[in-house]
Design a protein around this ligand. Sequence first.
Ligand code: UDX
Length: 411
Amino acid sequence: MKIGVIGLGYIGSVTAAVLADQGHQVTGIDVDSNKVKIYSSGEIPIFEPGLKNLIVKNRERISFSTSYDTIRESDVIFIAVPTPTSNGSIDLSFVEQAVDSILEVNKNSIIVMKSTVIPGTARSIGKKKGIHIVSNPEFTSEGTAIQDTVKPDRIIIGGSKKQACNVVTDLWEFTGSPIVVTTNENAELIKYASNSFLATKISFINEIANLCEVIPGSDVDIVAKGMGLDKRIGKRFLRAGIGYGGSCFPKDTQAFMDFARSKGTPIKIVEAASEVNDNRISHAIDLVLKSVNSARSQDNKIAILGLSFKDNTDDVRESQSLKLIKELVKLGFQIFAYDPVVKTSISGVKQCASIEECVSLANTVVVATEWDKFRDIVSLVKEKKVVDVRRILDPGEFPIFFAVGFGNAEN
Ligand code: UDX
C-alpha cells in the first residue's frame, strides 16, 4: 500500500520504518525541514536503537518530505503529531492542522489517528471535517520502539466504518498480536486508561518505597519482587525510583484527569498518582542531602549519572534527572553530569565526557537514569557516597549508600 505518516517524532518515524519494512511504500512528512533532511540522508535525529538500520535497509520504500503533495496518492495516512498539554488541557491544534493539510491534497485516503487524543476527539474532528477517522493508539516505549511496534501486546483499532477498520487491521496483521476492533471512544479510552494505570503502578510502588525507607531492614526492591511474582500484579512497572517522566505519562495523566474532571467524574486514583510523582524530586533531594551531610565532611560537589528521562533514549522531555539537577543547582551545589547519549547545556552544570571523569570530580554520586552501564560502577565509586534514585545498584556493595526504598540504618 501507499502509506503516509504525518509527524516524524519517535512514534511516526518508527511507524514509517516498520511499515516500509513490511513492503509498503511509505512517505514521512514533517514541518521541520531539518529533520526531513536528516532522515533523507539516511541518518536519524534521535537516539532509538535499530531505527537507523531499519530506515537504511528500506531506503527504496521510504522517503521523507515537508510537502503534503507527496501523499496525494496515499491509501492510508497516519497522524502522529504531538498533542501537548496547555494549561492542563490537551492542545489539538497540530492534529487539526494535519487533517486540514491532508484534505487539501487527498480526500480519499483512510486517515488513522496515532496521536494520543482524549475520548471523543476522532469522532468530533471527523464530524467537523466531514470525514471518518480510524483510531489506532500506540503503546510504544522509547528505547524499545521497534520491537514494541513489530510485536506489541495488542493492537487497538477504533472506528465506525468497518471497511476502513479492516484495512488498518490488515496492515497490522503481520504482528500476530491480538487485535481489538471497537469504537473510536473505546480505543481512545484504552490508551489513556493504560498509561494512567501504569503511571499509578509506579506511584504506588514509590509510596511503598517511602515506607520502606523508614523501616530499617526493608527494601522496596525485594517487596516489589515478592509482589510482582503474583501474576495478578505482575513485575513490570513496579520499579521504585525518582518518578516517571517522558513525553507520555506526565502529559497523558494530566490530560486524562482534566478530561475526567470536565465530565464531572474526577479519577481520584490518577490524581493521587500524579501528586505522588510531583513529590519525587523533593524526595530525591532529601536523599541527596542525607548523603551530603553524612559521614566525613560536608561536600558540595555532586556527580549525576544519566540525563534522559529513562535509559536507551536521548529524550529529556520531563526528565526527572534534569528537574533534580535544576533544584540542586538552586541549592548551590556544583554539578557534574554524564549521560551516554544526551548532550545538553544546563546552566551551572559541567557535562563530562566519561563516567570516570564525572565520578572523579565529585564526592556524592547520584544514579539518576537507569542506563545499564551505570550498574557496573562499583570499582569507580568505592571512595564515594552513593545515592541510587533508580534502584539499579546492589546496596551491599557500597559503604555509604542511600537509595529510594532502602531502609538502611543510616536513613
Ligand atoms: C510510555 C508507555 O509505556 C507507552 O506504552 C506509551 O505508548 C508511551 O508512554 P515511554 O514514555 O517511552 O512509554 O517510557 P516507559 O518505559 O513507559 O517509562 C516511563 C517513565 O516511567 C520513565 O521515566 C521510567 O523511568 C519510569 N518508570 C518505568 C519507573 O520509574 N518505574 C518503572 O517500573 C517503569
